[in-house]
Design a protein around this ligand. Structure first.
Ligand code: NAD
Ligand code: MN
Length: 487
């Protein structure tokens, strides 16, 4: 069968809708702040709505924490640190972490549905990636809690104290797990601030912490917008800030904390290069490119948003890539067959639209995936730009959406030079059949993570983090403990 005949054949195959039921979500109408082991109203009694970005419907209202509420949360974390958690042995802390991991597994369907409703990501991803990985990070760090002496930081490494943790909206539950699990394993107490558009799975997690019997105040969860985050950063009772989000806000936080004793780790944006050599197996390459940029609507800090393809195979790769893009199923995130869900917010949709339009204006060739978009909600069709120059904004700025920029190269040296021509340095992918070439390239790339013949692979045992404007500090693995130990 020719390529084109195959395409039209697949086009004729229509899937029936296969929606996951949202009834398991059991959302409350409104949520308070989780402080000192229980939910309470914020002092101002101010609430804001969180939407389902696929329908623009209000899912629930959550509390807007002010500076006084943040103060109450930090005081609670300090009390818990002094009175209970710092006196709890590693083996005991591990038991709580194992319990949390098992409860995440027990409530995994509920968590996946809530995540998909609040964030807009496909249920296939929340069910198969976000939630199982969140459990895996708790399991993994549970194993470290009683073995800190062997983590390579000397005997008896001490915790830092109270950790303030600010997370983004792209992987809400998973980022909460990345922050809480190592902090608790190392013996710290926490104040976590979820993103304003996706607070709900963190609040379900608060219920799970209650179920697990975690002592009061060991974890506090304060919902709110950037002002809440700012209050947490400014609080003098916080010993460490861990932030994941935009480079812009990361810079503000670093300025705020300069010349203070507060420790800081930043996990910021990226403009990952996915480098394809002519000898790479092309079918795998196409799937790897698709996963690299369209996973989670491209709302991924390490997304492979710049495709660097060797000139000799560029035409073929682009042709097959565009055909594959046309087959992506965009729509109802709760449908189990959906590949690409909703854009998380109107603001993010506006940012993506603006950058994509700039790409066209600057002279790149725009290709839009053939898909019908729903009438309501925030949507952006999978988009590929060909003939992109390194100077184009779409080759330099993080788009954080389903938009791929395609550039070409001739030699490995040129591939490395183009990949490194970025202010960011979070992740890259290398596709080649030759191990020696992959290693040669990997050694020369300036990025925290290099994937070989795969992309967007996450594992709790493996450290993750960036260089340059992608931030500093590592999360995951043994390295991830360091941020939460006084070493
Ligand atoms: P953001 O950096 O504003 O938000 C991330 C978190 O920081 C949220 O919880 C937010 O409430 C909080 N925050 C905002 N202002 C703060 C402040 N002054 N002090 C303390 N905390 C503050 O990101 P955004 O506006 O949601 O997205 C903007 C862009 O950032 C995106 O287009 C994308 O390029 C990038 N981004 C990257 C990541 C990542 O994982 N690296 C995540 C989200 C966004
Ligand atoms: Mn939401």
């Amino acid at each position: 069968m020719t390529d084109d005949a195959l395409t039209s054949d697949l086009g004729a195959l229509a899937y029936d809708p296969a929606p996951e039921s949202s009834s398991i979500a059991r959302l409350r109408e409104s949520y308070g702040l989780f402080i000192d082991g229980d939910f309470s109203a914020p002092e101002s009694h101010e609430q804001f709505a969180t939407l389902n970005p696929a329908t623009e419907e209000v899912l629930a209202t959550v509390a807007q924490a002010g500076a006084r509420d943040v103060d109450r949360a930090v005081a609670s974390a300090r009390r818990a640190y002094d009175r209970t958690w710092s006196k709890t042995s590693g083996a005991e802390r591990a038991k709580y972490l194992f319990r949390i991991a098992r409860l995440i597994q027990e409530r995994s369907r509920e968590l996946a549905v809530v995540e998909t409703l609040d964030n807009g990501k496909p249920i296939r991803e929340s069910r198969d990636v976000d939630v199982p990985l969140a459990a895996a990070y708790f399991f993994y760090y549970a194993g470290w809690a009683d073995k800190l002496d062997y983590a390579g930081f000397g005997a008896n490494p001490a915790p830092v104290g109270v950790a303030g943790q600010i997370i983004p909206w792209n992987f809400p539950l998973l980022m909460a797990a990345w922050k809480l699990a190592p902090a608790l394993a190392a013996g710290n107490t926490c104040v976590l601030k979820p993103a304003e558009t996706t607070p709900l799975t963190a609040l379900v997690l608060a219920e799970i912490l209650q179920q697990a019997g975690l002592p009061e105040g060991v974890v506090n969860i304060v919902t709110g917008d950037g002002a809440t985050g700012e209050a947490l950063v400014a609080h003098e009772g916080v010993d460490k800030i861990a932030f994941t989000g935009s480079t812009e806000v990361g810079r503000l936080i670093q300025e705020r904390l300069a010349a203070t004793p507060t420790r800081l780790t930043l996990e910021l944006g990226g403009k990952g290069a996915n480098i394809v050599f002519e000898d790479a197996p092309i079918d795998e390459v196409i799937e790897g490119i698709i996963d690299g940029i369209f996973f989670n609507q491209g709302h991924v800090c390490c997304a492979g948003s710049r495709l660097l393809v060797q000139e000799s195979v560029a035409d073929e790769v682009l042709r097959r890539l565009l055909r594959r893009v046309d087959q992506l199923r965009v729509g109802d995130p709760l449908d189990k067959n959906t590949d690409v869900g909703a854009i998380n917010s109107a603001a993010q949709l506006a940012r993506i639209t603006e950058l994509a339009d700039a790409g066209e204006r600057e002279g790149a060739v725009r290709y839009t995936g053939a898909c019908a978009l729903p009438d309501r909600g925030y949507w952006f069709a999978p988009t590929v730009f060909a003939d992109v120059a390194q100077s184009h904004r779409i080759a330099r700025e993080e788009i954080f959406g389903p938009v791929l920029s395609v550039l070409t190269f001739r030699t490995p040296e040129e591939a490395v030079a183009k990949a490194n021509n970025s202010n960011y340095g979070l992740a890259c992918g290398v596709w080649s059949e030759k191990g020696s070439r992959t290693l040669w390239v990997a050694q020369r790339l300036r990025a925290g993570v290099i994937w070989a013949n795969t992309y967007n692979k996450f594992d709790p045992t493996s450290p993750f983090g960036g260089v340059r404007e992608s931030g500093f500090g590592r999360e995951g693995g043994r390295h991830g403990l360091e941020a939460y130990l006084n070493v």
